[in-house]
Design a protein around this ligand. Structure first.
Ligand code: FAD
Ligand code: SIN
Length: 528
């Protein structure tokens, strides 16, 4: 079956929803999302949104902090745009109904995070993302020009690859094949404009702050379709997630360090002063590597984040979710330090876009974590991600509307999905353990500190798995698990390939064979 619209949006996080709400002013929007409409990385964001709203702050300072964290690879024009358009983006979120925490009427309660030289994080207590999702989903549901398809998973983008008559210049995207998970049928969602907003890749790693949806689908689909992807070696590990067998890498927000919590080794000694002048509030790559180093040096499993010296009532009211979550594991953060470890958190690279969200494929635009706009360089500054999603989705609306007006009515005939000759996935059990194997290989060999021989080992093993998965995919009726496994495999190999190409250490990519930064040869993006 075919379902057509003026704009197709894939993903219902902050990028997809904010794009949809604006595109709906011009035409009909279909938004597909693979779980329920709020399930996204956005929904779990804690710290907040970095934005210049205080008289003590300036655009210049936010730009400088972003460039400094990005270790020489940020694109200055993209950063400038992010920072200058940030306040407008935050105002728009408020117009859609997002309620941020205030110190008093009309004054944001600003927090601070690693790498920021001043307090500039607007937030909704420690549940910023949930508040953003709540408001944007409600606004999208109320908009008659937007139709949301929950439990609909994009399988692949529709491009020349799917046409019988392939006579076209360049590569074009006309929508996506989408699996209706309930009915187990693949539909053809057609549109002259496709906005990819599928988020991150955390599930490629064994330990991650990301929810189950973060399987790199957008990067894998775009790459398969022929789009350029870049800077995938820059996987960001968040320094502080709760160390507890049942906690599933629950994030302990960096804003807690901004509030005064201090990192210590198990024997109660501080250590961050030995690594960076900003101590516990150094950029994230520095803190994660310092923790990794302390753990290896001391043969210990976790470090401590100590907030016990801080005002107890203040802690409870500013961090109610963290407080309650830790309490559910019998840990009162006002009385005891929190055991923490790093976990995979964010991908700085992604599908290459220009400043208006255009990818290298005609008709395919991207925004949010799936995109590589040039803002984050080799290391994202804390709380710049939600900001990037909202600012660059706005830019993309302008780009897409222009493209749509020029090309509407030119959709080609696209064959419907065929699963002829495939069988039901009874043999699923044979490859279901592949996901865990990839996650473990990535964690052990492609983690915070890398080495060429380890990368090669991971690459060889994952290549074998990739072949197995691809064979299985060709023969089997598609399921949600199989689509995700295929994408995880593709993205894992892309991360390794990017990491092997960069023969220096920079930002989040630290490799023992090349421990120094080499600006002469490597101050450039890794484009695949
Ligand atoms: P997401 O919010 O991840 O949305 C992606 C959407 O795409 C989801 O709806 C998903 O279901 C859907 N999707 C994926 N694949 C498919 C498919 N094949 N078919 C259909 N739908 C699909 N950043 C900050 O700036 N500040 C913070 O305080 C902050 N805290 C964070 C805390 C946590 C625990 C995590 C995990 C991240 C945090 N980040 C933070 C990062 C930030 O939340 C994300 O980078 C950002 O929300 C990404 O938004 P997005 O819209 O691009 O993607
Ligand atoms: C956090 O709250 O520590 C996460 C912030 C971010 O990822 O930007």
């Amino acid at each position: 079956m075919e379902i057509e619209s003026d704009f197709l949006v894939i993903g219902s996080g902050i990028a997809g929803l904010s794009f949809a709400l604006k595109a709906a002013r011009f035409g009909r929007v279909n938004l597909v999302t693979k779980k329920d409409n709020t399930e996204s990385n956005t929904n779990y964001a804690q710290g907040g949104i970095a934005v210049v709203v205080s008289p003590e702050d300036s655009f210049q300072r936010h730009v400088e902090d972003t460039l400094e964290a990005g270790a020489g690879l940020c694109h200055p024009d993209a950063v400038e745009m992010l920072v200058r358009e940030g306040p407008c983006g935050v105002r728009e979120l408020m117009d859609w109904g997002v309620r941020f925490s205030l110190r008093k009427a009309g004054v944001f309660d600003l927090g601070r995070e690693g790498g920021h030289s001043v307090k500039r994080i607007v937030h909704a207590a420690d549940l910023t993302g949930r508040e953003v999702e709540r408001a944007l989903v409600a606004a999208a549901k109320a908009n008659p020009n937007i139709t949301i398809f929950e439990n609909h998973q994009a399988v692949d983008l529709l491009t020349e690859h799917h046409l019988k008559d392939k006579k076209q210049d360049g590569i074009h995207c006309w929508g996506a094949y989408v699996l209706d998970e309930g009915r187990e049928v693949v539909f053809t969602f057609k549109s002259m404009v496709t906005f990819l907003a599928t988020g991150g890749v955390g599930q490629v790693y064994l330990h991650t702050t990301n929810p189950g949806i973060a399987t790199g689908d957008g990067i894998a689909m775009a790459y398969r379709a022929g789009a350029s992807v870049a800077n995938l070696e820059f996987t960001q590990f968040h320094p502080t997630t709760l160390y507890h067998p049942d906690a599933n890498s629950f994030l302990i927000s960096e804003r807690l360090r901004g509030y005064g919590a201090v990192l210590k080794t198990k024997d109660g000694r501080t250590f961050m002063e030995n690594y960076h002048p900003q101590g516990c509030l150094a950029p994230r790559d520095v803190v994660a590597r310092a923790i990794d180093n302390e753990l290896k040096k001391r043969g210990e499993d976790y470090v401590l984040l100590d907030a016990t010296h801080l005002d107890k009532e203040g802690l409870r009211s500013h961090f109610p979710t963290i407080y309650q979550k830790c309490l559910s594991y019998n840990l009162d953060v006002t009385e005891e330090p929190i055991p923490v470890v790093p976990a995979a958190h964010y991908i700085c690279g992604g599908v290459v876009t220009d400043l208006d969200g255009r990818t290298s494929i005609e008709g395919l635009f991207a925004g949010g974590e799936v995109a590589c706009t040039g803002v984050h360089g080799a290391n994202r500054l804390a709380s710049n991600s939600l900001l990037e999603a909202v600012v660059f989705s706005d830019r993309a609306v302008k780009g897409t509307v222009k493209y749509w007006k020029e090309h509407k009515g030119k959709l080609p005939l696209i064959p419907t999905w065929s699963d002829e000759g495939t069988f039901d996935p009874e043999e699923w059990v044979l490859i279901s353990h592949d996901k865990q194997e990839i996650q473990r290989l990535m964690w052990d060999y492609v983690g915070i500190v890398r080495a060429t021989h380890r990368l090669k080992r991971a690459q060889e093993r994952i290549q074998l798995i990739a072949k197995e998965v691809e064979d299985f995919y060709r023969k089997t009726r598609v399921t949600e698990g199989l689509i995700e496994l295929r994408n995880i495999t593709t993205v894992a190999l892309l991360i390794i390939e990017s990491a092997m190409r960069r023969k220096e250490s920079r930002g989040l990519h630290y490799i023992l064979d090349y421990p120094n930064t080499d600006d002469k040869y490597w101050k450039k993006d890794t484009i695949l």
